[in-house]
Design a binder for this molecule. Structure first.
Ligand SMILES: Cc1cc2nc3c(=O)[nH]c(=O)nc-3n(C[C@H](O)[C@H](O)[C@H](O)COP(=O)(O)O)c2cc1C
Length: 230
C-alpha cells in the first residue's frame, strides 16, 4: 500500500507540514477567481471525438488521488479506457441497463426530476468521447497480514476524489459527464476488476461537440444552501 503504513511495532513517521501563507488580498482574489472559473463548469452529454492525450487523463487521476480519504485508505481505482472495442462493449451494456431503467424501472418521482435534463437510454457519449474513466470504490482492503478487512467512509472518500477529478478536467479545458448507469455491475465484469471494487461513476472525458447543448439550470444562491452562526 502506498502510505507510510505503521506496523504495530513501529513509531508513526511525521514530517513538517508545508504551508505557505498568502497575503489576505491574494487569498480573496484566488478564492474569487477559482469560484468564477468553477461556476462555468457544466456537465456535457455531447462529445466530439477529438483526441485527448493520455498525459492529461493521468494528471486528472493524479489530482483525484490527492483527495483526503477515511484512514488514508485511498479506496479507489480509476480505469481509463480509450480502446474503441472496449468502449463499444461498455456502451452496449450501459444502454441495455439504461433502457430497462427508463422503460421499466424508473419511479415517477425520479422521472419528474430527470425530465428537464432531457436524458434517455441512448449513451453516445461513451463511444464519442476519446476517454471513458470508470471510478471503482473499494469496499475492502488487504491487511498487511494478507486478510481482507473493510475500508472506512469509502463512499465519502470517492465522492471527494470524484469532485477533484471533475474540477481537474474542467481546469484543463476539457469536459466530462458524471454518468451512473444503474445498476453498474457490468463494469466490473467488462473491466475485469475484483469483487471488492464497485463501479461508482462512469466519466467520459473530452472536448464538447460543436453542437453541444446543456439544460438552462439555476444553481442555489448562497443563502439557500448555507447558514452561518457568527
Ligand atoms: C452522482 C451523480 C450522478 C449523475 N448521474 C447522471 C447520469 O446517470 N446521467 C446523466 O446524464 N447525468 C448524470 N449526472 C449529472 C447531473 O445531471 C448534473 O450534474 C446536474 O444536472 C447539474 O448539471 P451541471 O453538472 O451542468 O451543473 C449525475 C451527477 C451526479 C453528481
Amino acid at each position: 500500500m502506498r502510505i507510510n503504513m505503521v506496523k504495530s511495532d513501529e513509531e508513526p513517521v511525521f514530517i513538517r507540514l508545508e504551508f505557505h501563507e498568502l497575503p489576505p488580498e491574494e487569498m480573496i482574489s484566488r478564492a474569487q477567481s477559482f469560484y468564477d472559473d468553477m461556476k462555468k463548469r457544466r456537465t456535457s452529454r455531447h462529445f466530439s471525438n477529438r483526441s485527448v492525450s493520455r498525459e492529461l487523463i493521468e494528471l486528472a487521476i493524479r489530482t483525484a488521488g490527492t483527495a483526503p480519504s477515511g484512514a488514508h485508505l485511498q479506496p479507489w481505482t480509476f480505469v481509463a479506457v480509450s480502446n474503441p472495442d472496449l468502449k463499444s462493449r461498455i456502451r452496449d451494456a450501459a444502454e441495455e441497463e439504461e433502457r430497462r431503467f427508463y422503460e421499466e424501472r424508473i419511479p415517477e418521482e425520479w422521472a419528474e426530476v430527470l425530465e428537464p435534463l432531457g436524458t434517455d437510454h441512448i449513451k453516445e457519449h461513451i463511444t464519442d468521447a476519446p476517454w471513458v474513466v470508470v471510478m471503482f470504490r473499494h469496499s475492502k482492503r488487504k491487511r498487511p497480514n494478507g486478510k481482507m478487512a473493510p475500508t472506512y467512509y469509502s463512499q465519502e472518500s470517492c465522492g471527494i476524489a470524484a469532485g477533484l477529478f471533475i474540477s481537474a478536467i474542467h481546469n484543463m479545458g476539457l469536459s466530462t459527464l458524471t454518468h451512473t448507469p444503474s445498476p453498474m455491475g457490468f463494469l466490473r465484469e467488462i473491466l475485469n476488476r475484483p469483487d471488492h471494487e464497485h463501479a461508482m461513476l462512469l466519466l467520459p472525458v473530452g472536448f464538447p461537440s460543436e453542437e453541444a447543448r446543456v439544460p438552462d439550470l439555476v444553481r442555489k444562491e448562497l443563502d439557500e444552501m448555507s447558514k452561518f452562526y457568527e
